[in-house]
Design a protein around this ligand. Structure first.
Ligand SMILES: Nc1ncnc2c1ncn2[C@@H]1O[C@H](COP(=O)(O)OP(=O)(O)OP(=O)(O)O)[C@@H](O)[C@H]1O
Length: 392
């Protein structure tokens, strides 16, 4: 009996010691696992930061404004254009030749996909919290609407950008996001909400400090391809001129995407915007050509494009005052043309159309334009706060 008791007491001691050892091992393993999780979290945050900086590397390298040129198809024998190199456009006139420099020149054979790929780095910067914009500029009939809106079979930059943002955001692990779209038309220097049930009610711009908003503007959440198509259908119905491409545009169209993202693993969040703008072409008319309403419309378009030129010119010369408030167009674009925002101007040219050289010359698309550093402007809206503060 005594022997049995001794044996039991011994095995009980052994058991206690085994349990103690197992508990110590478990504690040790738990500490190791916690260290590994922390290490993984740290690496993940670094990866996210690297991804964001790589994503923005391209636009940052050469200044914040880029200017691309897209040439439209032209009739054989009548061509006066020559893409001398990837950056040079030669325009042959009667006995003279002009050269325009761009960041990139796309020949007339360029597809919608290729244009979109060129614009992609700037579009995806929005995911990292930047304010970015793409402006389609050019004479009437040069292909601005084709480039931005496109057709059902060959969609333009607008639809492709929304699809891409949805694709990128859905593909990111531990990431939740909210993508919203708004659509504004600027007609006769007045804003109209194209996604509103009351599209004829004019809206105003409100400035509060450095931020700009349009009270009452409709923002629609986009989650699927169908949401995009529904929004576009509504825009077509509400626009002062349909997107049938049969008539010259009489207004500027601004599509703005607002993207709020949150990374649950790193705890970072970001808020970026992408504004896609199909500008009306400059109007050239003699005293007898345009009368009444069309003359008023033409004057409003020309005035706003002049304001845009003045803004570019002030940015180029690092002027202390940038006249953003000279038109509704430039006032709305101010956040995308200030601070560390990024802008891509897509210049469309149609050699068979009228006024090509004047239109090209007016914005002085020389090499100086791409050297504009938006960060040096006087009235800048610090998206750095917006981008960096929230992300890290
Ligand atoms: N690269 C292209 N390839 C095929 N068709 C094109 C191309 N560019 C423009 N077009 C066609 O040319 C016509 C005029 O183009 P679009 O309406 O896009 O010009 P726009 O610059 O927007 O003109 P506006 O300022 O007068 O509105 C349209 O029928 C369009 O489909």
């Amino acid at each position: 009996m005594c022997c049995v008791t001794q044996e039991l007491s011994l095995s009980s001691k052994q058991l206690r010691s085994m349990v103690r050892q197992a508990l110590a091992d478990l504690r040790h393993q738990a500490e190791e696992a916690a260290g590994a999780v922390e290490e993984l979290r740290f690496r993940y945050r670094r990866e996210v930061q690297e991804w964001n900086s790589q994503n923005n590397e391209l636009p940052d390298l050469q200044g914040n404004i880029k200017v691309f040129c897209r040439c439209r198809g032209f009739s054989a024998g009548k061509s006066c254009l020559d893409a001398a190199s990837e950056q040079e456009l030669l325009v042959h006139g009667k006995g003279s030749m002009k050269k325009f420099l761009f960041d990139k020149v796309y020949p007339s054979s360029t597809s919608q996909e290729e244009i979109f790929e060129g614009a992609l780095p700037i579009i995806t910067s929005c995911v990292s919290g930047y304010r970015v914009c793409i402006l389609a500029y050019g004479q009437s009939g040069s292909g601005k609407t084709y480039t931005m809106t496109g057709t059902k079979d060959k969609p333009g930059v607008n639809i492709r950008s929304i699809r891409e943002l949805l694709h990128v955001c859905k593909g990111k692990e531990n990431y939740t996001f909210n993508l919203k779209i708004s659509m504004l038309e600027i007609y006769n220097d007045t804003l109209y909400d194209l996604l509103s049930v009351n599209p004829n009610n004019p809206l105003e711009i409100r400035s509060q400090g450095r931020s700009i908003s349009v009270p009452g503007l409709t923002h629609v959440e986009v989650k699927t391809e169908e949401d995009i198509l529904n929004a576009m259908d509504m825009v077509d119905k509400n626009r002062k001129i349909g997107s049938t491409n049969t008539e010259s545009s009489r207004s500027h169209l601004l599509l703005t995407l607002t993207l709020e993202g949150r990374d649950s693993a790193s705890g970072g969040s970001s808020s970026g915007t992408l504004t896609l703008c199909d500008l009306a072409g400059p109007k050239h008319f003699s005293k007898t050509e345009a009368t009444g309403q069309s003359r008023v419309e033409a004057a409003a378009i020309n005035k706003s494009l002049t304001s845009l030129r003045q803004v570019f010119s002030a940015l180029k010369s690092n002027a202390l005052h940038v006249p953003f408030r000279n038109s509704k167009l430039t006032h709305l674009l101010q956040p995308c043309l200030s601070g560390d925002a990024k802008c891509l101007v897509l210049v469309n040219v149609n050699p068979d159309g009228k006024h090509m050289v004047e239109t090209l010359s007016t914005l002085q698309f020389g090499s100086a334009l791409r050297q504009i550093a938006l960060g040096k402007t006087a009235q800048h809206i610090s998206p750095t706060k917006n981008k960096a503060d929230k992300q890290h």
